[in-house]
Ligand binder design. Structure first.
Ligand code: IVH
Length: 713
């Protein structure tokens, strides 16, 4: 990762929309050479000469120029060198209990809020004693180990939290992980972090360099790369370690508190972190954090924060989960690391929704052990020194090419620019003029009132949007088609094989056996891999509703909202019908849509616009699929699928807890009583809602009635 190629990356300032043939031909020739050098450096010499992001940017640019000048595609074009579909290396394992992530706290106030939020949720006073545990957040990768009757039966990576990769054979080579336990539980799933110590990391990199093999950017990448090895003997030769800090499914509980459970894991022979502490107050939590932060540099392994967990497991259970994070734990991150470097250029990337995102091209600099050569610049206001409300940021200092900029990164997040140094600004530096046309397709790029982002208006004629949408469609949280990743989809799109998601499902008809043009004859493909891909595509014709909604790539509709929508409407038909009816803002369906948890008017508008513009295309896609209805989260619960309203005061739980519990059991919780309400839970002081329920003939019960209904005595 030297700066050698940076000038080439940054020199890409000719607007593709206005480029002439001569310029295009010359640039394609240059790109072919550079990308080939990069390929050789990466694969053959194991000494990358540019970052993955720069490499991807060059490939994207190559593809965009080719899309505009198809006649100029070179026989040795980098776009023709797509590797074979990746082998299905590791089996998949569905976790018996989801593997969660953690929400983050970035300062003392966030930690205090975390504790206050828990008190509020549980409805306990400020002086009610709540104990917390505090321990380092290990910067590795999480692993779930399943023991049955004391024997290790499998090990799985986190994957998407629900399904991970089967790395059992490799995990068995890690000496920190016991193969047998003195434990009679039918099932015990132990979770923790696989990591590599600094000394082992340095030694590994030295060895790799001597062998002219791939070196790793940091211990975490080294640990991940070592665990996900096809040859377990390679994993065995890598010094991986493990800390246990949590558990999944257990047939008999380990303990009644977090701290006793971790002590039990230690007694069973698992390494647990020696800096683990119990804390009684926020002050103690923060002191522990400071203490761990002071020891950070001398620990010998990477940590990126401190994790606090509520100690009482019964209270943990009451608090439950948000969509992917528990309410009872939080990661207090160490402050981001930072460094100064020179801004050598600003590129504009066009995303799936047409957003023009400025990316800073930097003179490579090491920030917290990782070489950074790109950073996000957010949007044009950010560059100009304003926030979305027009208030000044950085005291109004704008960002110019040639400036010295302060880069920071926290954990996994994309590096950002915090500040600039006016004293070092070159005299000739000019304010940056944000483009008002799309650099990919030349269409006008406009900014709607209230939107901080400028967007290309080219829609699907914009190559960047079209291809980004396809990539999103096949991404891991969407259709996740084995063998059809971003690279493959991009290649198919470029050659006109796939123009829209729907066409993925007709690939076999058009390029399968017996067709004049066949996938198996494409470079990088063969009989087997082609057959496998067609099969993988067919496998995904059955798709859960939430994944389909997410895959559509509608602005503002992320994975969580897609899940909410799916749970609410249950079936594709129900959802589709609602999207049609809700187009009328006075309709009942519209009010219903915006009343769904997490869906507001902005997301509603985005959904409705998408269905108005592309309803026919979406319907055509859906007609080739079998959409699996959203499961009732707990269909055996007596309140599953019921619409419940809470009113009046509750005495044995807070409103938030009642709502969360009802939702966990598959009920919908509404804020007001209507003909759709199935049940009103009324506490003392219930007023108009109780009256309305009586008028509508809705069943009314009290808090105790509710608790016995859901099986809480
Ligand atoms: S507890 C709900 N404790 O951090 C519990 N996680 O950002 C699950 N991690 O996926 C996590 N050290 O890979 C927990 N002491 C620790 C941890 C830890 C590292 C990782 C873990 C998790 C990620 C969440």
């Amino acid at each position: 990762m030297t700066g050698q190629n940076d000038t080439d990356v940054h020199g890409l300032d000719t607007d593709i929309g206005t480029m002439n043939e001569e310029q295009a031909r010359a640039e394609l020739a240059r790109l072919a050479v550079h990308l080939q050098q990069a390929d050789i450096a990466y694969h053959a010499a194991d000494a990358p000469i540019m970052t993955d992001a720069d490499y991807d940017a060059l490939r994207r640019r190559n593809a965009a120029i080719e899309a505009r000048f198809p006649a100029l595609v070179r026989p040795d074009s980098p776009s023709r060198k797509i590797g074979a579909a990746p082998a299905d290396a590791f089996g998949k394992i569905r976790h018996a209990r989801r593997m969660l992530s953690l929400s983050n706290a970035f300062n003392d106030g966030d930690v205090a809020d975390f504790v206050t939020g828990i008190r509020r949720f549980l409805g306990v006073a400020a002086d009610f004693p709540l104990d917390f545990t505090a321990e380092p957040k290990i910067d590795g990768l999480s692993l779930s180990l399943r023991y049955e009757h004391g024997t290790l039966v499998y090990a799985a990576t986190r994957g998407d939290g629900e399904i991970g990769e089967d790395v059992t054979t490799n995990a068995r080579t890690i000496t920190d992980i016991p193969q047998m336990l003195d434990d009679t539980r039918a099932i015990l799933e132990v979770r923790g972090e696989v990591y590599m110590a600094h000394a082992d990391f340095t030694a590994l990199n030295t060895r790799q360099a001597q062998d002219r093999a791939k070196t790793f950017a940091n211990p975490r990448n080294a640990a991940a790369g070592s665990l996900r090895q096809l040859d377990p003997e390679v994993t065995r030769s890598r010094p991986l370690r493990f800390f246990a800090y949590a558990w999944g499914l257990v047939s008999e509980p380990l303990a009644t508190t977090q701290s006793d459970a971790v002590a039990k894991l230690a007694a069973l022979g698992f390494p647990t972190n020696p800096l683990f502490r119990c804390c009684r107050t926020v002050e103690e939590m923060l002191e522990t954090y400071e203490g761990i932060a002071r020891q950070r540099a001398s620990l010998g392994y990477d940590i990126d924060g401190v994790v606090y967990k509520l100690d009482d497991l019964e209270l943990q259970a009451r608090l439950g989960l948000r969509s992917t994070t528990p309410r009872w734990a939080i990661a207090h991150k160490f402050p981001a690391e930072h460094a100064w470097t020179e801004l050598v250029g600003i590129d504009i990337q066009v995303g799936r929704t047409g957003a023009l995102s400025p990316v800073a091209r930097l003179k490579p600099v090491t920030v917290g052990g990782v070489v950074v050569s790109n950073a996000t610049l957010h949007n044009e206001d950010y560059i100009a020194g304003r926030d979305s409300r027009g208030d000044l940021i950085r005291d109004g200092r704008d960002i110019r090419i040639g400036d010295w900029v302060e880069i920071y990164r926290a954990g996994d997040v994309i590096p950002k620019i915090r500040d600039i140094d006016l004293a070092r600004r070159p005299a000739e530096a000019q304010p940056y003029i944000f483009p008002d046309t799309c650099p990919e397709c030349g269409s006008p790029a406009i900014r709607e009132p209230g939107d901080s982002v400028r967007r290309c208006t080219g829609g699907m004629i914009c190559p960047a949007q079209a291809v980004e949408r396809l990539k999103h469609f096949v991404s891991r949280s969407a259709f996740d088609i084995e063998g059809l990743g971003a690279k493959q989809v991009e290649a198919f799109w470029r050659d006109g094989w796939i123009n829209s998601p729907r066409e993925i499902f007709t690939l076999r008809q058009r390029f399968g056996p017996g067709q004049p043009k066949q996938l198996k004859n494409r470079e990088g493909w063969g009989e087997k891999s082609a057959a496998k891909l067609f099969e993988a595509i067919d496998d995904k014709r059955r798709i859960p509703l939430a994944r389909l909604i997410f895959a559509l790539g509608i602005r503002h509709v992320g994975e969580t909202s897609a899940m909410m929508l799916a749970t609410h409407y249950a079936t594709w038909e129900g959802f589709r019908h609602a999207m049609h009816e809700a187009a009328d803002p006075d309709s009942l369906q519209y009010s219903e849509l915006i009343s769904i948890d997490g869906v507001g008017p902005v997301m509603a508008r985005s959904l409705l616009t998408a269905f108005q513009a592309e309803g026919a295309e979406i319907d055509a896609l859906a007609s080739t699929l079998v959409v699996i209805p959203a499961e009732e989260r707990s269909s055996d619960s007596p309140v599953a699928g019921k619409t419940v309203v809470f009113t009046g005061s509750l005495e044995r739980m807070t409103r938030a807890e009642a709502k969360a519990r009802a939702e966990e059991l598959g009920a919908k919780v509404a804020g007001s009583v209507s003909a759709k309400t199935d049940l009103l839970v009324a506490g003392p002081g219930a007023g108009s809602k109780a009256k309305k329920a009586a008028e509508l003939g809705v069943e009314v019960i009290d808090e105790n009635g509710w608790l016995s209904l859901i099986g809480v005595s």
